[in-house]
Design a protein around this ligand. Structure first.
Ligand code: AMP
Ligand code: MG
Length: 490
C-alpha cells in the first residue's frame, strides 16, 4: 500500500456552495475515526471523476475517505436544510454527513463529494452522526444498480469501515460512505431558506440552483418559474423511471428529493417483487404513505412544497404567484403520464403510438396483480418470448391479451427484431432482488466476505445484457418467509 504514497489522487476542488450565504451551512471537518479500512471502492467512478484509484486506495487516500484527513483544496461543510418527514415539517441539515468539496471532473462536470456517517454536526439533533456498515453497503449496491439501470442517481465511490462500533438496536460496525452527487440541493434546502424568511438568501439559492442545474435561462421571462417548471419536469421523468422498474424509495420526505433530478438517500428502499401498487417494504412506513403506487402523487406533493418555498420569488403579488405555482405543479401529472406511457410502450416492444396502448398495458398490469405475478420477471419472460414463464400463462384472459399484443406489434412497421431489441433495452434481465442483497450484506458485515457483493455489483452493472449469470440472479427465493422488511438503519 505504501508504494503509492505521494501519488497525487487528483483532487480538483472548486467549492461553490461555500460561497453561498453562510446561513445555509456550517463549516466543519469530519470527525476522525479509529481504524479506517477500505472495504469497497468504485474504480470506474473514480476514473470518471479524474481520481487515481491506487492513490485513493493507499493509506493516505483512505484517510481522506474516512474523514481523518482533509485533502488540499477541500472546504468541508455540513449543509442546512429542512423537510417534511412523513408530512411533518422539521428543521434538519446534514446530521451525519459532511460535504468535502466539489470535484471538477476531466469533462468539466461538478460533483459533490460527501462523506456520510462522518460524525456529529450542529444539525445532528439527538443522533450520533454515525452510520452502520450494512446500510452504507446497501446504499452502495442500490445506487450503483440504479445507475446500471440508466436512472439518474447519486453514486457511491467507496465505503470505509471505521473500526468503531455504533449502537443501534444491536451493536454494529460503523462505516462511512463516500457519496457522489450532481449536488445535494434538495426541496428541503429551499424550505429551510424560506422558513428563515430572508428573501435575499432564498434568491441566492435559487440563482445558484439555476446556474448549477438549469443554466439555459436565456429568454426566460420569469427565471424562478422556469426553475420550478424544470424541477417538476425532471422529477416527473425520474419517478416515471422508478415506476417502470418497480423501484420503491421508501422515504420520500422533501429532504430526500434532489433538485438535480437524481435519486437520493437510499434508506429503506427496495425493488418490488410481486406486482402490487400497495407494496411497502419500509418498517417505519406504517400508513403506507410511500407505497409503490403513491410515489407519483407524493412527488407532486413534495413539489408543491418546493413551489411554496419559491412563492416570494415567483411574483410580488401573492395570488399571482400562487396561480403560477399551481399551474406548474399541475403539469407534473401530464409529464409523468407521458413518460410512463412511453416507457410502457418500450417495455412491450411498441415503437409507434396507438390510443389503445395504455389500456393494453393496464390490462397486463391488472392480470399481474390478480395472479400475483412478479413484476420484473413477467417483463423478462415477455422479452424472451417465454409467455409460459409468467404467472398468468394458461388463463383465457392472458391468451386473449397475448393475441391482442401480438396483433398490436404486427401493426407497426418495425421488424420483430427491432421490437425485441427495444424490449431488451427496456426490461432489465435482473434487478437487485431483496434476498440477493441481504445475502451479500450478511456475508460482508458478518463474515467480512465481500465476494458476494462484488459479484452482485457485477451482475447489476449492465442489467440489460441478458447473460446466463443474470438468469440465475433473476430467480425468486425458494421460500419467501413472510413479507420483506427494510429498515432505515440510521
Ligand atoms: P434520513 O432519514 O437519512 O434522510 O435523515 C433524516 C435526517 O436525520 C437528516 O437531517 C439526517 O442528517 C439526520 N440523521 C440521520 N441519521 C442520523 C444520525 N445517526 N445522527 C445524526 N443525524 C442523523
Ligand atoms: Mg435524507
Amino acid at each position: 500500500m505504501t508504494e503509492h504514497k505521494g501519488i497525487h489522487p487528483g483532487w480538483n476542488f472548486d467549492n461553490s456552495y461555500a460561497r453561498l450565504p453562510e446561513a445555509l451551512y456550517t463549516r466543519l471537518k469530519p470527525a476522525s475515526v479509529r481504524l479506517p479500512k477500505l472495504v469497497i471502492f468504485n474504480d470506474p467512478l473514480a476514473a470518471s471523476l479524474g481520481l487515481d484509484s491506487p492513490a485513493l486506495r493507499s493509506d493516505e487516500g483512505v484517510a481522506v475517505l474516512a474523514g481523518n484527513a482533509v485533502p488540499e483544496g477541500a472546504e468541508p461543510l455540513a449543509q442546512a436544510y429542512a423537510g417534511h418527514q412523513f408530512g411533518n415539517f422539521t428543521m434538519l441539515g446534514d446530521g451525519r454527513a459532511v460535504l468535502i468539496g466539489e470535484q471538477i471532473t476531466p469533462l468539466g462536470k461538478r460533483a459533490d463529494i460527501q462523506l456520510k456517517g462522518s460524525g456529529r454536526t450542529p444539525y445532528s439533533r439527538g443522533g450520533d452522526g454515525r452510520a452502520a456498515l450494512g446500510p452504507m453497503l446497501r446504499e452502495y449496491i442500490i445506487s450503483e444498480a440504479m445507475h446500471g439501470l440508466g436512472i439518474a442517481t447519486t453514486r457511491s465511490l467507496a465505503v470505509v469501515s471505521t473500526g468503531e462500533p455504533i449502537i443501534r438496536e444491536t451493536e454494529q460496525p460503523g462505516a462511512i460512505l463516500t457519496r457522489v452527487a450532481a449536488s445535494h440541493l434538495r426541496v428541503g434546502t429551499f424550505q429551510y431558506a424560506a422558513a428563515r424568511g430572508i428573501k435575499e438568501d432564498l434568491r441566492a439559492l435559487a440563482d445558484y440552483t439555476l446556474h448549477r442545474h438549469y443554466p439555459e435561462t436565456d429568454g426566460e421571462e420569469n427565471r424562478y418559474l422556469f426553475l420550478l417548471q424544470e424541477v417538476v419536469k425532471r422529477q416527473a421523468e425520474l419517478i416515471a423511471k422508478w415506476q417502470l422498474v418497480g423501484f420503491i424509495h421508501g422515504v420520500m420526505n422533501t429532504d430526500n428529493m434532489a433538485l438535480s433530478g437524481e435519486t437520493i438517500d437510499y434508506g429503506p428502499c427496495a425493488f418490488m417483487d410481486t406486482y402490487d401498487l400497495g407494496t411497502v417494504f419500509s418498517s417505519i412506513d406504517q400508513q403506507g404513505r410511500y407505497a409503490f403506487g403513491n410515489q407519483p402523487s407524493i412527488a407532486a406533493w413534495n413539489l408543491a412544497r418546493f413551489a411554496e418555498a419559491l412563492l416570494p420569488l415567483l411574483d410580488d403579488n401573492e395570488p399571482q404567484a400562487i396561480g403560477l405555482a399551481e399551474e406548474a405543479i399541475s403539469d407534473f401529472g401530464v409529464i409523468f403520464n407521458r413518460n410512463w406511457l412511453a416507457g410502457m410502450r418500450a417495455k412491450l416492444g411498441i415503437c409507434n403510438e396507438e390510443p389503445e396502448d395504455e389500456s393494453l398495458a393496464e390490462e397486463l398490469l391488472g392480470m399481474m396483480h390478480k395472479h400475483r405475478a412478479d413484476y420484473a420477471n413477467t417483463f423478462r419472460a415477455l422479452t424472451l418470448d417465454k409467455p409460459e414463464d409468467t404467472a398468468m400463462f394458461g388463463t383465457e384472459e392472458f391468451t386473449r391479451w397475448h393475441e391482442l399484443w401480438q396483433a398490436r406489434l404486427g401493426r407497426q412497421e418495425e421488424s420483430q427484431e427491432s421490437s425485441q431489441q427495444l424490449m431488451r433495452s427496456s426490461n432489465p434481465a435482473v434487478i437487485p432482488r431483496n434476498h440477493r442483497v441481504e445475502e451479500a450484506l450478511e456475508a460482508a458485515v458478518n463474515q467480512g466476505d465481500y465476494s458476494l457483493m462484488e459479484r452482485l455489483l457485477g451482475v447489476l452493472s449492465n442489467p440489460y445484457a441478458y447473460t446466463s449469470e443474470q438468469a440465475e440472479y433473476s430467480a425468486l427465493p425458494e421460500s419467501c418467509g413472510g413479507p420483506y422488511r427494510t429498515f432505515c438503519g440510521t
